[in-house]
Write a protein that binds this ligand. Sequence first.
Ligand code: ADP
Length: 494
Amino acid sequence: MDQNRIEALRNTSVPPAHHLIDGTPCAASDGGVMPVISPLDGKQLTTMAKGTRQDADRAVAAARQAFDNGIWSGLAPAARKTVQLEWAALIEENALELAVLGVRNNGTEIGMALKAEPMSAAATIRYYAEAIDKLNGEIAPTAPGTLGLVHREPVGVVGAIVPWNFPLMIGAWKLGPALAAGCTVVLKPAETASLTLLRIAELALDAGLPPGVLNVVTGEGGTVGAAIAESMDVDVLAFTGSGGTGRKLLGAAARSNFKRVYLELGGKSPNIVFADTPDLDEAVKVTANGIFRNAGQVCIAGSRLLVERSIHDAFVEKLAAFTEGMKVGDPLDPVTASGAINSLPQLERNLAFVEDARASGATIVTGGARVLQETGGYYMAPTIVTGIAPKDAIAREEVFGPVLAVLPFDSEEEAVRLANDSEYGLAAAVWTADLSRAHRMVRAVRAGVVHVNTYGGSDLTVPLGGVKQSGNGHDKSLHAFDKFLDLKTAWIKL
Ligand code: ADP
């Protein structure tokens, strides 16, 4: 990373952000704007359009028209591939600028942001571009007098609603396969992380994506997001965010046109450490990074640590020592390990969880407080909480901050019981040297992904999706196409 360039970009002024509808930047229909506050210092970075329902409707109409006239869906897949490959290249060319802008907007550490945001978005867009002209339809094994062809067709207009923690990565998980499939998109970024998604949508136009194929409308979820969810012209919602919003989207689909709703929701993912873990120091380091990087604002964060009782105290002690060595603060400083909390309300929510736990007798082993308040930014010390019960809010609810809840267990059965005692089922990890136990645990723990002797760090080749109230459908891998490509049968009498 070029730190001089990062420092130069740190203070550049950011022009007011507009929607991108039908290929044209435009203001909100009523001229409304909202401030964009940087979590690095609590200061206003710029403003962005505060979208209205009319703006959302206009974007949907543009996407509908672009889909129906075949300007994109009617191209040969190889032609769409060419545009998307060029788009990925432009994102890579602008990666550092995008990463710094994103960090100033949402607070992720720059090293992680560069890899997980523009570089990962480019890789995702390229992956689906490269795949789309290699997916065949089917010829069904019918009787000789008939021919059953199964076509795969783009499903139509996609409403993509994404959160603030990794806007480019998660945005690309929707945009890459949706656009490659031939769908058109109305994208609603989060209130506190819209700037980089607007920028890559402009780059898509530069790469040759026709106007109207990708539209971005900024503003509040309850206005813009709700209008997209209720639209009669949106065919699919691809969402990542909270369960509360997921519930509203399902309701909106039911009240409107039964659009398909794919939800990637939260988690309270159990990270299960057995006494026979092959490398305790590695487990400590990966456990800390698995909850405290990006200040815990990671959907798959390992926020529930289950440790076999015989090593509980020693493990927690090592973990606290490692955690206290993690630098908290300015996410544009390359040595920072845990950056800013995205917004003041989110910081206050994190602290409230810790205070509740403290009030009910929990031990705050380390952290537990706001730090660096003098910077004006939103920072919290990585926090480890022990002495809690499985029923406590801090052990059950998704905090979405740098807060780790620790529970001991005595047996494999108890570990499974505790792990599955959650309304969520997004991710999990098992640390053990016993191969048979590892496989038993992978089967027994209800989660979309179970890591073994590691946490996180998977790539595009494998699907990510939740079970239980962590959602449905899958991002990443070829399976992501299932959301955006419909099956159509041609039944032909010969
Ligand atoms: P998070 O806790 O990650 O902020 P949210 O579900 O609140 O989760 O936000 C995720 C995305 O959903 C954001 O883009 C937000 O604007 C949008 N959103 C919030 N409320 C609604 C709603 N009622 N309808 C549609 N989208 C919404």
